[in-house]
Every structure is written in structure tokens, then in C-alpha cells.
Design a protein around this ligand. Sequence first.
Ligand code: C5P
Length: 407
Amino acid sequence: MKNLQNKHILLGVTGGIAAYKGAELIRRLQDSGAEVRVVMTRAATEFITPLTMQALSGFPVSLDLLDTETESVMGHIELARWADLVLVAPASANFLAGLRQGRGDDLLTTLCLAATCPIAVAPAMNQAMWGNVATQENCAGLRRNGVIFFGPDEGLQACGEIGQGRLLDVAHIVEHTCAIFPSNLLTGKTVMITAGPTREAIDPVRYISNHSSGKQGYALAEAAVEAGAKVLLISGPVALAVPDRVTVINVVSADDMYAAVMENITECDIFIGVAAVADFKPVAAAVQKIKKQHDTEPRTMTLTLVENPDIIASVAALPTPPFLVGFAAETENLLTYASEKLNRKGLDLIVANDVADSRIGFNSDNNGTTIISKDKVTPLAVASKRQVSVQIIQVIADLLNTRELSK
Ligand code: C5P
């Protein structure tokens, strides 16, 4: 999806080894629909040539404040007004210090002073420079003033040291950039999402569960919020941070999840069931820990299970159900099983994914899915769960729109 369509991004590149990644960043921002113009500091030109950046962006690269040639194409004040976002990547410690002080001693800092749009920075520097008190104080001050930070990341650095200070990878910089421009696709809508696994108690210390990580559900919650929706996440036990502006209700078992959903569902326009709800639970959990018996022969033990409520089918059975989206994780006959589930559970959409493929699905950061509605099958390319979520939200919004227009 192109959610930077018609957006003007002024890419500032400062001097550091990560400057070469600016070239890839131009391309990926353009892929998302943005028009990119580049400003480089003199130090940046020691690492990557303005010619490369000019060829990729399709516009002359501005280097100096008083350069008559580029000023005649677009003056620095005009350039600052043109931008919907100033994105500085990589941002060096020196640049951040200058920005903090409000200096205007080169073109990039002057542009930042003149810009009225948001400013985002993706710092990249040696880990000790990043950890330095002066840098940290500068960054804290910039954050207070509304400068948005993308990263830095942790890991092996060009200097051979390991630590925080690496430029965030280009895909994440683009994702964060997209998040600055909400699509408004779901403005005014309330979305409930179930995510993660459930745990069904066997006794006070043991449970039955599955490998769901919650990543897809959390990524959808984030994408829905960025599309302008109010989001309520009903989450099973996962090790993930709750995305900004998302309200979460934490649950453990399928029964807890069912209760939390039913209590809040009347307020919702859209329900997305991503949770891998355990199909069965022990009929009764033992009150005390089940003890081993030290017999000479291995003992067998039988657990009697009973089916859990089907949460999404229960929502579908409500008198006025919301728009319903289910997920079908399958290991074979993906499309047949998923379509059958769409009809049996009374859903508007089902997102089918092949969990037998270890590159995608349950614990992976990526997903390869097919979206199935009553009259359409839309395969999506393998992409990050975040990118897949943005596309799913787009499909939901399109279908809802058509439905509302035909009322
Ligand atoms: O039947 P199956 O578990 O494969 O269906 C998957 C879909 O149904 C998912 O959207 C899942 O969140 C939902 N589901 C549910 N309650 C259950 C089982 C599945 O809401 N007990």
C-alpha cells in the first residue's frame, strides 16, 4: 500500500558511514509513494556522492546555503515549506547537537530551523558517542521539542564495537515514516482485536497452549490505530509491548477472552479475531499440583477435555454483529479450509496463512497470507506482519466503504 502518496519528504543526510544507506532509503520511500528531495552536509559527501542521490531522487541535491545553482531551482526557505516531513538519516551526533542549539550554520540545520512540518531523525554513531551525556541531553531536549526519533538500533557497528548507535534498518525507517501520516481509513471506527494464545489450566502450574506469539494481532492493532481507529486489544499472554494509543485487556484462558469480548463488543464496528484460541480445555483444572507417582512402570494419565466457546462465531451470532474478520492458520488445504471457515462462522473476511511454512506464520516476523471474502480471493506477498496488517486494514476499509455506500 502506498501511504506516502503525494507526500514530500526532505531527506537530510549527514556525515557517517551509514550515509550510504540513504540511497536505499530514497528508493523505499519512493516505493511508498513519496517524492524525495535530498540535502546533504559536506561531510556526508565524503561517504556517498551527491550524483548518486541526485540520480535516485531525480532532483538536484542541495549542499550549501549559498549555492546559487540549487537556490535557483528551489531556495532553502521554499524547500522547507515544500516538505511534509524533514527526515534526517543518518543523523550524526554533531548534527543533533546543532539542531538542539538551534544553529543555522549549514543548509540542513537552517532548513530545520525554517521548517514548520514535523522533523524526524534516525541517529547513527559509535555506541560511546550515543551514550555520551552530551548526546543524550541533546536528544532529550529535542524529544521535548517534538523531534521524532527513529532508533538507533543495537548491534555490531562499522567501528567493530557492539552497542546502541546503529542506523535503524531502512524498512523500519519507512514504516515509522508512514506512521507519521495516518491514512484516516478507519477514522470514527472502533475496532476490537483478539491476539495471542490462550492458556487452559491443567493444574495451578501447568497449562495447554500453542505457539502463537501475538505479533500479527499486535501489528494489526498498530495499523488500525494509525488508520485513525479506536482500538481495543483483548490479548492472551504474550511478550510484546502494547502499541501506543491501543487499550488492552489482558486475559489468560479462552473463557476469560470470551467474557472480555462479549462485555465490550456492542461498542465495536469491526471485530478481528487473530487470537489462536485453544479449541479445548481440561473439563476441570486440578486444585492442587498433580503429583508424580514413582512407580516402576511409566504411568499413563488421561486428561478429559471439553470444547471452548467459539468466540468469533458467538460474535457473528449477535443480533447486529460488527464487520467480522477471522484468521485461519492451516498446515494443508489452506484455501479450501479457510473458505469453509468463512461460511461456517459467518465472517465477512478471512485471512488464511500457512503455518506449515516456517518462513511465515506463528512465531515469525513475516507473514504470507491470502484474504478471502465471499466473492474475492486476494493473495498478499510475503511481507512483515506490519506491512501485511496495513494491507488487511486497507481491504477492510474498502469493503466497509462499499457496504456503507450500498446501504
Ligand atoms: O476454527 P479455527 O480455530 O481454525 O478458527 C480460527 C478463527 O476463529 C480465528 O479468527 C480465531 O481467532 C477464531 N476463534 C475464536 N474462538 C475459538 C476458536 C477460534 O474466536 N474458540
